[in-house]
Design a binder for this molecule. Sequence first.
Ligand SMILES: NC(=O)c1ccc[n+]([C@@H]2O[C@H](COP(=O)([O-])OP(=O)(O)OC[C@H]3O[C@@H](n4cnc5c(N)ncnc54)[C@H](OP(=O)(O)O)[C@@H]3O)[C@@H](O)[C@H]2O)c1
Length: 322
Amino acid sequence: MKAWVYHDYGGPEQLQLGDVPTPVPKDDEVLIRVRSCALNDWDNELLRGDFINRLLNGLFRPKRMPILGSDIAGVVETAGAHVTRWKVGDEVYGDLSSNGFGGFAEYVCAPEEALERKPAKMSFKEAAAIPQAGMLAYQGLFDVGQLRPEHSLLINGAGGGVGSLGIHLARNAGIERATGVDSTEKLAFMKSLGFDEVIDYTQKDFATAGQQYDLILDCKTSRMPRAHASALKPGGTYCTIGGSVPKMLVQLVSSQPIRALTGKRLRLVALNPNKDLEAFNDLFESGKLTVSIDGDFGFDDIPDLFKKFRSGAYKGKLVAGY
Ligand SMILES: NC(=O)c1ccc[n+]([C@@H]2O[C@H](COP(=O)([O-])OP(=O)(O)OC[C@H]3O[C@@H](n4cnc5c(N)ncnc54)[C@H](OP(=O)(O)O)[C@@H]3O)[C@@H](O)[C@H]2O)c1
């Protein structure tokens, strides 16, 4: 099969289109003909080879995951002997980050429980855009953030995957006021998604602007915990999804003292892949979810997908269809 493989860490030029053996599903797996795969920050960091991902994937060279791409949508081609949930021809989607990635290829294997049914009216690209960013948004807003209708919400880095999906979840939960923070070029996009107020982080620091929120969901943690606590209303919660690892570690050690002193919660969101995909199906099928996809990328354009991601000049999700 055709696949985008990489043998060295670095930029998108490390991705090479090659012929590799088609994977063979284990008894509890299905083989999927991939029709679409989205790009996530994790793919980018694996390719770049930052320290944490080198520990995961090989210190000097990428060894364990030669094909990137975790958020896939496709069609079941064959099913292992013990698979009961899926049959040949079923349209499925899911996040394979706990199962070896492999989506930037014609075929990939996945355990049956890692997959969700793709609604007939959801395109393969829309489906591939949802899993990782959607789960981070869902679990950040509800499992960790305990979002309630009367809450005021701020999403930092809201012009990307988590923010563009999360705003629909928050609206559906009935919240009245949502603020989105991102760069100048993404302000109009965030407004079009339904954010009531938008803040340009290049012009204004939401944490020191004097406004307070019940829940802050942060995709790009870049401040110290005290600044985040000061932007919370009494009893409020700040959830970090990603960003500066040192600052997230400082948060980890200071969250208890800050809670004791102020009553405000500072929490980390740990991705639980695919757990809440059904909620997205329900939302999509009831017409309450719009999936924002930037550009029109195909299988041959996957290095360009990484280039676009690294430029930061995208809105919503970057997805390749094939
Ligand atoms: N917690 C977990 O278990 C887990 C698992 C997987 C991934 N993650 C993390 O979760 C996050 C996923 O977020 P996502 O999918 O929404 O990412 P995304 O699509 O890359 O969106 C992030 C947005 O943040 C903006 N941004 C960059 N710097 C910013 C700043 N200083 N202040 C405000 N906005 C800023 C970016 O725009 P510009 O570039 O134009 O500024 C972009 O629009 C990533 O950080 C990823 O590493 C966490």
